[in-house]
Write a protein that binds this ligand. Structure first.
Ligand code: SAH
Length: 395
């Protein structure tokens, strides 16, 4: 008999709306014993079956739903179905943009809480971040092998959120040999990915369409690519006819890859700089020195780690946007982003508007941007929407 969670009255509402998380405070009682990651049935206070999920006693989110169908079993075939459906859903996009790098499974939004799978050419990189995903690792790997027999499989479960689930951080190669580097291609631009050392699973696939948008504005402009990582916004900008691109990051290894990314695309290195500097300091220094740019990209790391630091994070976002606006030439373009899921879109827009006020510049929002379509948001899971951006004209 599977263990059963019984919810408090009125606490079944989010499940009835098919939201996949059950918080500790919603659970009235538990019948039967379950271990970390075990499959449990979730019932309302009158005993009506609602969902089946994975038990995660150490987390605030004590269960994550695998299925809302009572007769659906969590076995090999379940993972095969879910991953196959996610992969099929991306085929149109892959064909349209000539992608060889793509997110195959976007966790909750693809019906697999805690499971992220990215594909870089013939390498799959997975992150298993929930107790349930951990429990079913073998089934997930089996399904991946069935669907992608040609691919090597690497796991980068070295993300701190695993600790909240009571799991250790781990990195392991499951199948084939780990390549030191993989080259992927999107929108005609080649990109080097280092799966072992790179951020997340190696690369920021989510910014793909926004790189293309930013490049549309780049022609003849002097571009400052802040938080450049491996410089892909810069490669796109040069390919789009930018006069010059300055890449700024605090990571030498990222900047080295940024330079090599230009080389493999046969882009003119003499039109680029690669500077190891803190963006906050560098922007202030450019302002003091009276140096201007015609386009600035601000794609910082996640500033909002928890609701408690939202106010502080807003100050960070405001500062970089303010400093950037101060050094844009008249009519300059600011492409500014927040990848913090906890930052509400409207608040992000307000922070940028406040920066404009303080910078004393008239600013227009030209385009509102979000994450690429291989990072979909399930309609029942608004938390899946995390990346927001604005293209602004600074007058
Ligand atoms: N724009 C990139 C992704 C940026 S990730 C892309 O499209 O691929 C964030 C980057 O910011 C990381 O490379 C990190 O090294 C860098 N970073 C973090 N804090 C920084 C700071 N204060 N100054 C400069 N770079 C910083």
């Amino acid at each position: 008999m599977p263990s059963t969670l019984i919810l408090h009255p009125e606490r079944d509402k989010s499940l009835l709306r098919r939201h996949p998380w059950i918080f500790a405070s919603a659970i009235k009682s538990q019948k039967g014993r379950a271990r970390l990651g075990d499959t449990v049935d979730i019932l309302n206070h009158e005993g009506k079956w609602l969902a089946r999920g994975a038990w995660s006693p150490h987390s605030q989110i004590q269960a994550r739903v695998w299925t809302f169908k009572e007769d659906e079993v969590i076995d090999n075939a379940f993972f095969l179905r879910r991953i196959q459906s996610a992969w099929e859903g991306r085929q149109e996009l892959i064909a349209r943009q000539g992608l060889t790098g793509c997110r195959v499974v976007a966790a909750e939004s693809d019906g697999l809480p805690g499971v992220t799978i990215d594909k870089y050419a013939d390498l799959l990189v997975c992150q298993l971040l929930s107790a349930g995903a951990e429990k079913h690792r073998d089934k997930i790997l089996w399904a991946l092998d069935k669907l992608f027999p040609e691919c090597a499989i690497y796991e980068r479960s070295d993300v701190a959120v695993r600790q909240k689930e009571g799991l250790e951080l781990l990195v392991q190669m499951h199948k084939g040999k780990l390549p030191e580097e993989v080259i992927i291609e999107e929108n005609g631009v080649k990109i080097l990915v280092n799966p072992a050392q790179g951020h997340k699973t190696g690369f920021y696939l989510d910014q793909r369409d926004n790189r293309a948008v930013a490049a549309r504005y780049a022609k003849d402009r002097r571009v400052l690519n802040c938080f450049s990582y491996t410089g892909t916004f810069g490669s796109y900008a040069l390919a789009g006819g930018a006069r010059h691109v300055t890449n700024l990051d605090v990571s030498d290894s990222a900047l080295t890859l940024a330079r090599r990314n230009l080389q493999i695309n046969q882009l003119d290195e003499s039109r680029s700089d690669f500077i190891n500097a803190d963006v906050f300091d560098a922007l202030r220094k450019y302002h003091q020195d009276g140096q201007q740019f015609d386009q600035i990209i601000l794609d910082p790391p996640k500033f909002v780690e928890s609701k408690a630091n939202l106010t502080r994070a807003c100050r960070g976002y405001k500062d970089i946007n303010l400093y950037a606006m101060q050094i844009l030439s008249p009519g300059g373009i600011l492409c500014t982003f927040s990848c913090s899921g906890l930052m509400p879109t409207e608040l992000f827009h307000k922070v940028v508007a406040d920066a404009a006020l303080d910078a004393g510049r008239d600013v227009q929002f030209l385009e509102r941007l979000s994450q690429a379509p291989d990072h979909p948001v399930a309609s029942s899971y608004p938390e899946g929407y995390y990346l927001k951006g604005l293209v602004c004209r600074v007058l």
